[in-house]
Design a protein around this ligand. Sequence first.
Ligand code: 3HC
Ligand code: NAI
Length: 705
Amino acid sequence: MSDTPLVTLTRETDIGVITVNYPPVNALGPGVVEGIIDCLKQGFADPAITAMVLIGAGRSFIAGADIRGFGTGRKRLPLGERIYDILDASTKPVVAAIHGYALGGGLEIALACNYRVAIDSAKVGLPEVLIGILPGGGGTQRLPRLVGPQAAMDMIVTGRHVPAREAGELGIVDEVIPDTAGLRDSAIAYARRIAAVRPLPRVRDREDKLIQAKLDPSIFDAMRKSIARRARNQKAPYHCIAAVEAACTLPFDDGIRRESELFRELENSDEARALRYAFFAEREVAKLPDLPRDVTAKPFSNAAVIGAGTMGGGIAMSFADFGIPVKILDSTKEALDRGMERIRNNYATSVKRGSLAEDEMQHRLARIEPVSGYDDIKDADIVIEAVFEEMDVKKPVFAKLDAVMKPGALLLSNTSALDIDELAAMTHRPGDVAGAHFFSPANVMKLLEVVRGAKTSPETLLSATQMGRKIGKIAGVAGNCDGFLANRSRAPFNTEMVILLEEGCLPEQVDKVMVDFGYPMGPFAVGDLAGLDISAAGRRRRAAANPNYRKLPIADRLVELGRYGQKTGAGWYRYEKGDRAPHPDPEVAAIIKHVSTEMNVPRRGFTDQEILRRLLFSSVNEACKILEEGIAYRASDIDVMWLHGFGFPRYRGGLMFWADGIGVRDVYNQIAAWHQQYGERWAPAALLRQLAESDTPFREAKPGR
Ligand code: 3HC
Ligand code: NAI
């Protein structure tokens, strides 16, 4: 524990400067709020001080309440009362000086200050909804008074980070200071300028921005309606709206009380626990436990991609989007031109939609350089291979990379399932080779699965994960096996969903259950989007390697009929021209029934719960095998991959967190019963049995090595 005080008050002649110093992000951990209150009181009492500045040391202002304290029973200060009341009762102006982040309770403290200044690069926000709660320190009452209830709801219901300039335009900060000017000095000068202003401006006294909504409260119902789809099954977004509504219907102090009531209803909800878990799981996944301490990542400033197809193009865009120059290579000029055309079209669509500025598109395009030979990429720090998913195509690419790339370059493959060690063996530098499995579309999906081969060096592993983070991905590590971590854990789900059709379900019934559970799309609709021919090719490869591989005759029949999904206008569903909406297809229902009869499988009805559990338990069982084999570092890494790779509903934490909610023993008993009923594919993993016998939750499972 460092001896540096958490909060200090220093005097710059007439200005008191209160500095919060609780690394890394000045969360309001134990002692921080008390420290600020002490310093405020000292400052009020010191006649030489005319105004005060509240500032954060290190990289941020204040990132909010200490999330680790939630749900632990640890007593937190009644944030909604003391510090805000003390600031409201201030006799001298207090200026919040913001850099880095002012989030949650941090922004709420700033809102209770009399003035706010921020440097250009700072961001402010009330992201509580993202951890299943609402701003409980007056944020739902003060923010609408500053920016109006509509803008306040937009911020509070999405939890988005607002850049300083926009915060200035909205009226959240009073002055935006150039990054180069020095925040501390600028804030002191600002405090000196406003030191004599009386009465002191207090956000709680403002009513002007509320008048419109008082006259026309329909904005609240409109907001509820607009979030109905994405907020289904969740309470926090609706409570956020209710709290802002209270700002418009109740006097300030009653509004604060209402906010506290709503906050308490959420704090320990299942949704909040799951979202907090997801928050920490996403930070945990970045930690590589068995890395020697002295390993550092290789710096990188440019990249190259081999293969300008769907994935190669998306990967190149991912680099360009984050300011990194990238060269892209294909085997033919036509394929390269096609790839570049697709990249241009993708960017143009974003410009058309308004999510990307025209000049930014030009900057990004300028960073992607199509090249015609390996000689052009030999100086790249990182190269990512994204050619066809065939060993015989990939192997010569790795041999070539070994011959041309500069020493120390990272040689990464985007394969979804092939053996990384076989690729590494094509080089004289297997330590530099790893998998970098992006998900489709690569420029949109956040997940990057870094695959560790038998000879991948710790330096390569660390460098590949850090590369991921540099281009905005959540990077997790997986061991080398067929399908790695993410796709392997998902594979039994994919099999089971088709077997359910053999036994009596229809695609639309299964999809509805999964959408009701919280997935953005049902698995059959997703299959149509990805292409049924692609999954059929994977099945053929696996069947060739494993004589016991479970065949899926219904899926095969659809592919034989040319029903590849959206791209052919028909797959599990039928599609109307120019429309992506899936329509249940009687022809598919007839095929399903016909194949059931052929297979001699009696058709029966299924409950929603049975469908859900058949799909997810099959994957939980596989995930246990993955942990047992040391393919994953920890159960929470599997959850992170399901959240970011497969659209698992975040407010359910992830596959393993969800299974813990059911209980490891119940999961085991059900899987053991299905093992009796359905045979080998449901054989419980040894780890699952051990966990059940010792009643150890999945999240505490110790992976094998
Ligand atoms: N509480 C506890 N720990 C926190 C924290 C918080 N509010 N915010 C960040 N941390 C920890 C992280 O867990 C991580 O710890 P680790 O190094 O041990 O893994 C460390 O701080 C650094 O965090 P990041 O790796 O996320 O750092 P980044 O620079 O990438 O991001 C950030 C910084 C944008 C501040 C991000 O951490 C973040 O979004 N934090 C959460 C902010 C938040 O949700 N605030 C609201 C809290 S609830 C609240 O205030 C309730 C109030 O209304 C009453
Ligand atoms: P694709 O067929 O769209 O693109 C492959 C590209 O590689 C083509 O442009 C082709 O001309 C080029 N190519 C083939 N051989 C080459 C060679 N020897 N040298 C240079 N270029 C060559 O394929 P897609 O979908 O982009 O897949 C690429 C890789 O990404 C595969 O390994 C695949 O398994 C993996 N992947 C695919 C995902 C998907 O959803 N499509 C998801 C995750 C990984």
